[in-house]
Ligand binder design. Structure first.
Ligand code: UDP
Ligand code: GLC
Ligand code: MN
Length: 330
């Protein structure tokens, strides 16, 4: 099925990290479809090289920004004007059918069956279920549709300032016409729905196929401890255990499959310019700030001892304890 693809979008190096995890999760679940990513000129050459090792096609497009600060303020997401760039996905006419997925989504199993659906299929938005969420949708590339969308955007704008408002107005009969175009919510489970309807999540959550980290707190904003395989929780993080388990899954993929690609890249000597070297060093240092192993906190440590949960093989190994005792006995 070489003429069908999963498509995502990354307008900067940060969102591209999300796209890499998404792409890797699709590969881990053996998709038989192609993987394509739309990027904008802002994406660094280092990031492009990494993207090439996960995606079949890395396609540069111009950024389109709604510049609609008024509606974006209502959405409380001033940064999302640039999501109009998503519209470029309709120009990918080398494919007959595609599934678009936001860079902040993660697949939990093979979802190739989505290609049996027609344009425009999508799951309800948890904030307003008569709208579809534009983080996951099935579409048919067509230059004609692309031009009509641009025309529509110029004439009517978007009620939320981003692509979702525009697409819902354009495909306006989604809510009422063809139930076949309503994807089950498990194909776009927004992490916020987990706490807004806990019993439903308890009942249906195990069937989830795609998790969408919708909202301003993205997986890459959290800190992850690779030793304990936990998300570091401080005053600024909130969420249920389930949300954290999806975040941990995101980070496990990032840590196991994406970071090694980034680290392997700088066969620094092979890089042509100093600029490119600096870019790589900068990127890697930015990424590694997210990976701070947790500093042991004295109180937690004591609690662990009192509960009999010592780290016998590591810092509580007998040789370490003996060394400590020796310092007292000297
Ligand atoms: N996006 C991007 N750069 C940006 C903002 C958004 O590339 O600065 C893309 C990215 O694919 C992202 C999608 O547009 O997943 C939609 O934005 P986001 O996921 O942040 O919106 P939310 O789902 O939280 O409403
Ligand atoms: C939504 C969607 C996202 C879209 C944004 C702006 O919340 O999840 O994909 O880009 O709205 O319209
Ligand atoms: Mn999203």
């Amino acid at each position: 099925v070489a003429d069908q693809a999963f498509v995502t979008l990354g307008t900067d190096d940060v969102y591209c990290q999300g796209a890499l995890v998404l792409g890797q999760s699709l590969r881990n679940h053996m998709t038989s479809r192609k993987l394509a990513i739309l990027i904008t000129p802002q994406v660094s050459s280092v990031m492009r090289a990494v993207l090439c090792s996960v995606f079949d096609e890395v396609i540069e497009v111009d950024a389109i920004d709604s510049a609609d600060s008024m509606h974006l303020a209502l959405l409380e997401r001033p940064e999302l004007g640039v999501t109009f760039t998503k519209l470029h996905c309709w120009t990918l006419t080398q494919y007959s059918k595609c599934v678009f997925m936001d860079a902040d989504t993660l697949v939990l199993c093979n979802i190739d069956e989505l290609f049996e659906r027609e344009e425009l299929s999508a799951a309800p938005d948890s904030g307003w279920p008569d709208c579809f969420n534009s983080g996951v949708f099935v579409f048919r590339p067509s230059v004609e549709t692309y031009n009509r969308l641009l025309q529509f955007a110029t004439e009517h704008g978007s009620f939320d300032g981003g692509d979702q408002g525009l697409l819902n107005s354009f495909f306006s009969n989604w809510a009422t016409t063809d139930i076949g175009k309503h994807l089950p919510f498990i194909y776009n489970l927004s992490s916020s729905a987990i706490y807004t309807y806990v019993p439903a999540f308890k009942h249906f959550g195990r069937d989830a196929k795609v998790v969408h980290f919708l909202g301003s707190a993205k997986p890459w904003h959290y800190k992850y401890n690779p030793q304990t395989r936990t998300i570091m929780q401080d005053g600024s993080t909130s969420g249920s255990q389930h949300q954290f388990s999806y975040l941990v899954l995101w980070w496990k993929i990032y840590y196991a499959s994406i970071l090694p690609l980034l680290e392997k890249l700088p066969e620094m000597e092979d890089m042509e310019s100093q600029g490119q070297k600096d870019e790589t060093t900068h990127l890697i240092s930015e990424l590694s700030t997210q990976l701070k192993p947790e500093e042991p906190n004295a109180e937690d440590e004591r609690k662990k001892w009192e509960e009999g949960r010592m780290d016998y093989m590591g810092k509580d190994a007998f040789e370490h304890i003996k060394k400590k005792l020796d310092t007292f006995l000297k």
